[in-house]
Structures are given as C-alpha cells and as structure tokens.
Write a protein that binds this ligand. Structure first.
Ligand code: PGA
Length: 252
C-alpha cells in the first residue's frame, strides 16, 4: 500500500517569521484533524531552521527546495546537504521546472544532486514534467522517459525507497490549468512503468508519484481517486492554512 504524500512547495514566499507562524498553526491543525497522509512543507533555505522548530513532534516533514551538488567548497551562494542535515532537514525537492527553466539545471546536474542527496542518506522528491510545446508536439513520453532515466542514473535499487517522483506538467504550474485526473493518471502510469523497466515491478509498485500543477481543495479528491496518483506537490495553495488544510484533509 502506498501512503498518500502531500507536499507544499512554498517557493520564494513567506519570510522566516511568517513561515514559522504558519508552520506552527499547520502543525496544530494536523494534530487536531487527524490527517492520515504524510505531509511535507518546503520553505526557503533561510526559513528552514525556524520551520523545523515550529513543527517539531507533529510528524510534518520539512524539506529544502533545492541544494548544491557538492558537499562543501568554493561554491558561492550554494547550500550543501551537510548544512541541511545539520539543521534537521533530510528531504529535498530536486529538478523543479523553475530550477530547470530559470537556473539552467539540466538532467545531468539534477542527477548529480540526486546521487549526492542519496549518498548523504536524504530523501528526494524528483520533479519531472513536459512543457506545453513538448506535449503538443507528441513528446510527452520521450521527455518523461529522459528526465527519469538521466535523473535516476546510478541510483541503486536499494536507494529507490528514498525517491518520490513528482509529475508536474509545466503548463499546469501556477496557471490555474490542471491536467485532468485522467491525464495525470496516464502520465503517472507511464512513469511507473518506466521505473519498473529500470528497476523491478516491486519498486514500481511501491513508488510514490505526486501530481503537481494548480492543485487545490476543489480538485484534490478527484486527482487522489486515480490509481496512480499517490499525492500532490502543491505550490500556490500551500501558502495559507485556509487553502492547504482542506487539501491535506481531502480524505476526512
Ligand atoms: P502550483 O505549483 O500549485 O502553484 O501550480 C506547483 C509547483 O510548482 O510545485
């Protein structure tokens, strides 16, 4: 059985004090409402320590939105996995489409980060997804297959339990355009079978695949009802308790 896993990617929103205040109220709400899915939030680097502190004991996972592909050294402006682990952050989102698009992260760079995170014992949410142009050009499977094969190159079967894949069609991020639950399920089924052919049926069966792109209270239930949709990576609707709580309690 795959346990539902819902994540909030705060992107470049919420200052450390705003984030800590919100995280504390989220932790309280999670305890009171008996949320039965795994909940993760990913604040900015500078908000991480305060947010880790604010959610202590709640079971909420706190993740980074990115990290360096080196453990230390002359890499101005970068944050190492050792620094994240030191403050109690053991999960990282890698390969988000905004990192690919605005910061030039290639599949190879993302792969080096995935391998480093795993070697440091961290969990990874690896994001994949096609642009509108790629989808319209009939390249959906080609793009997903390349992002998964290169992104996971060198990852051992025994490390796959630390990997979650987030399918985020780029055209559905922050646009209000959601893929239909059927579109999402189809892409997730393709991702699962790609992972199955790289590893094993068992690993594919246990792989958690999140959907991301304009997820909100009004569409989470339909998405989660699909066989291959195991969770969500939520951007805009993860920034307030009012918007995020109904999403993580979709099943209550
Ligand atoms: P959105 O973002 O929910 O605001 O569309 C999703 C994401 O980019 O993770």
């Amino acid at each position: 059985m795959r346990k539902a896993y819902i994540a909030g990617n705060w992107k470049m929103n919420l200052t450390p004090s705003e984030g800590a205040e919100y995280a504390a109220s989220l932790a309280k709400a999670v305890k009171e409402s008996g949320v039965d899915c795994r909940v993760m939030i990913a604040p900015s680097f500078v908000a991480l320590p305060a947010v880790v502190e604010a959610v202590k004991g709640s079971g909420i996972t706190v993740a980074a939105q990115n990290m360096a592909n080196h453990v230390s050294g002359a890499y101005t402006g970068e944050v190492s996995p050792l620094m994240l682990k030191d403050i109690g952050v053991n999960t990282v989102i890698l390969g988000h489409s905004e990192r690919r698009r605005y910061y030039g992260e290639t599949d190879e760079i993302i792969n080096s980060k995935v391998l480093l995170a795993l070697s440091e014992g961290m969990e990874v949410v690896l994001c994949v997804g096609e642009t509108l142009e790629e989808r319209q050009g009939g390249k959906l499977e080609e793009v997903l297959s390349r992002q998964i094969k290169v992104g996971l190159a060198g990852v051992e079967a025994s490390q796959m339990e630390k990997i979650t894949i987030a399918y985020e069609p780029v055209w559905a991020i922050g646009t209000g355009m959601t893929a239909t639950p059927e579109d999402a399920d189809g892409a997730h089924a393709f991702i699962r079978s790609t992972v199955g052919s790289l590893y094993s049926d068992d690993i594919a069966k246990n792989l958690i695949i999140q959907y991301g792109g304009s997820v909100k209270a009004g569409n989470i239930k339909a998405l989660m009802s699909k066989e291959n949709v195991d969770g969500a990576l939520v951007g805009g609707a993860s920034l307030t308790l009012d918007a995020f709580l109904p999403i993580i309690t979709y099943n209550n």
